[in-house]
Design a protein around this ligand. Structure first.
Ligand code: AMP
Length: 113
């Protein structure tokens, strides 16, 4: 299976503005930001989407959320932020490598489109 674009970022084959990296995940700025802060938090393990995660991925999934919260604090998103995971075609997923969108820096509306 060809590498996803996020795997290429993890492997340093293409550049990204990385804001965090640890043993289990990497986080970098989205190239097409939908808000003043738009960071993607991506597990190093290739899980295609949350709907295909298993109980073996429980710690990884928890780590992604905790990391997103820590990055939000580091980026001073004190007024609030939103975490989004798109899953499959109806969810608007475009990269088949699980990622959490961290959005903030402006008033976000709800419901999303
Ligand atoms: P999704 O539509 O939920 O699968 O989100 C994929 C996100 O990845 C989109 O917001 C894209 O703008 C973003 N994206 C695609 N390629 C790159 C890249 N090379 N570096 C950073 N973000 C990217």
């Amino acid at each position: 299976m060809p590498k996803t674009i996020f795997q290429k970022i993890i492997d340093r084959e293409i550049p990204a503005k990385i804001v965090h990296e640890d043993e289990h995940c990497i986080a970098f700025h989205d190239v097409q930001p939908e808000a003043p802060v738009h960071v993607l938090v991506v597990p190093k393990k290739l899980i295609a989407r949350v709907g295909e995660a298993t109980t073996q991925d429980e710690a990884t999934l928890g780590h992604l959320l905790l990391t997103a919260g820590n990055i939000a604090r580091e980026l001073n998103l004190d007024a609030g932020f939103r975490l989004v995971i798109n899953n499959g075609p109806h969810g608007g997923e475009s990269v088949p490598h699980l990622h959490v969108h961290l959005l903030g820096g402006r008033q976000l509306t709800w419901p999303s489109g």
